[in-house]
Design a protein around this ligand. Structure first.
Ligand code: NDP
Length: 241
């Protein structure tokens, strides 16, 4: 898959899956426009791949819209930034619920709106990949707000796929299982919990960020020209086991 000359917005490009996606895109010729929070990550990514760095807190709707407008024009969009807080359902706080919804669901909507408005206005084709999670398919204890935010993102993906594909923009979701990133350290460092999850993954390992990035690039590419509205597990078979 060759992305030479293509501009690609990647949110959450500072760490983990977003960073792996940004680096892979750059190696395949793309110019990455990186929207993420930590200045140090943006600086090191800029050094590594020569991206366009746009610092933003995606929990802030107005700042997110301003950053999305600054990122234009772009050929493709990857909504990868995400966050989590672990709480049993009975203890879920409104603050954390709202934060996860803002970053995991609302921010992808805002960035996609501005990206798609620009593409449609120019009569240009495009593609969006929203990074969801297996947590949108199953109920994972202590992940109520996270599961809800990712299920919400999937609803958005399906409606966007129906409304935008006739205008030339395909929209798909990818659903990773546990992937070895800073987020996984936060969510899965309890060995008993991790072992239980691992035992349900038929391929017998957690994912590497590059496993997810490869699928994201495929869904962006013209090779996936007939793929639209898909919720694609990248989970080693976790959801069928
Ligand atoms: P990481 O925590 O490793 O990286 C997340 C990236 O998103 C960081 O660069 C982070 O920046 C950025 N980000 C988070 N919150 C904000 C914010 N408010 N504003 C701007 N940027 C923000 O996560 P992963 O790479 O693991 O996750 C990437 C995506 O994959 C997420 O959507 C996640 O939900 C999903 N996913 C991850 C799985 C996993 O096991 N790792 C499994 C399934 C899905 P900063 O550090 O500066 O805050």
């Amino acid at each position: 898959m060759d992305f030479t000359g293509k501009h690609v917005i990647v949110t959450g490009a500072g760490k983990g899956i977003g960073r792996a996606t940004a680096v892979m895109l750059a190696r395949r010729g793309a110019k990455v426009v990186a929207l993420t929070r930590s200045a140090a990550d943006l600086e090191s990514l800029e050094k590594e791949i020569g991206c366009v760095p746009i610092p933003v807190d995606l929990a802030d709707a107005a700042a997110t819209r301003a950053a999305a407008l600054k990122a234009l024009p772009a050929d493709y969009l990857v909504n990868c930034a995400g966050t989590t807080e672990l709480e049993p359902f009975l203890d879920v706080s409104v603050e954390n619920f709202d934060l996860l919804y803002a970053v995991n669901t609302r921010a992808p909507m805002i960035v996609a709106q501005e990206y798609a408005r620009d593409r449609v206005g120019k009569g240009a084709k495009g593609a969006i990949v929203n990074v969801s999670s297996v947590a949108a398919f199953v109920g994972i204890p202590d992940h109520a707000a996270y599961c809800a935010s990712k299920s919400g993102l999937d609803g958005l993906t399906r409606v966007m796929a129906r409304e935008l594909a006739p205008k030339g923009i395909r929209v798909n979701g990818v659903h990773p299982t546990v992937t070895l990133t800073p987020m996984a350290v936060k969510a899965w460092s309890d060995p008993d919990k991790a072992a239980g999850m691992l035992g349900r993954i038929p391929v017998g390992r957690f994912a590497d960020p590059d496993d997810i990035a490869e699928v994201i690039l495929f869904l962006l590419s013209d090779e996936a020209a007939m793929v639209n509205g898909l919720s694609m597990p990248v989970d080693g078979g976790y959801t069928i086991a």
